[in-house]
Design a protein. Sequence first.
Length: 183
Amino acid sequence: MIYPFPLQLVGVVVGLALILAHAIALVAPGPTTGFLRSFPRSRLWGTILLAIAAVWAFWLVSTMDLGEFTPLRKFLIIGVPVGTVLTWLYVDEFLAVRSLGILALLAADPLIEAAFMRPETSRLILVTLAYAWIFAGLFLVGMPYLLRDIIAWLVASQKRVRTAALAGVAYGAATLLCAVLLW
């Protein structure tokens, strides 16, 4: 077990994070749409998110059981920072989107691990979110321009922004309720 987090804690944290992030979009739709439009090509956000992903990946490679790849640990420990620097230097096109995709892939693991072998069917609300992050993360890393296009479509209408924000708040509230009442 890599992450020793109980399902209830993960549910509360994820539920509150979803509610907070989407409530900001409800309260301040103008600044939110401005941020969303500028995000895909933001070098600052790309650097911040890539650094977070690099530290997380380095920690995983340093501490987790790699099975038959354990003899390669020292190469991976060197490879993560080298890969991070090379990515930062030479992959500046949609760096923020690609870094967000990497973080989505990394963030799915604690959710799945917390829900693993739990009998509650309601745990699937977290598992579904985790697999959505994995699916989205693969596309964000491989085809980052899709996020730019999705954002352009989303912010073209205030109704779409409001609907998406309400859906996020509702999913966060459902997750939080399950965490507090059922897990």
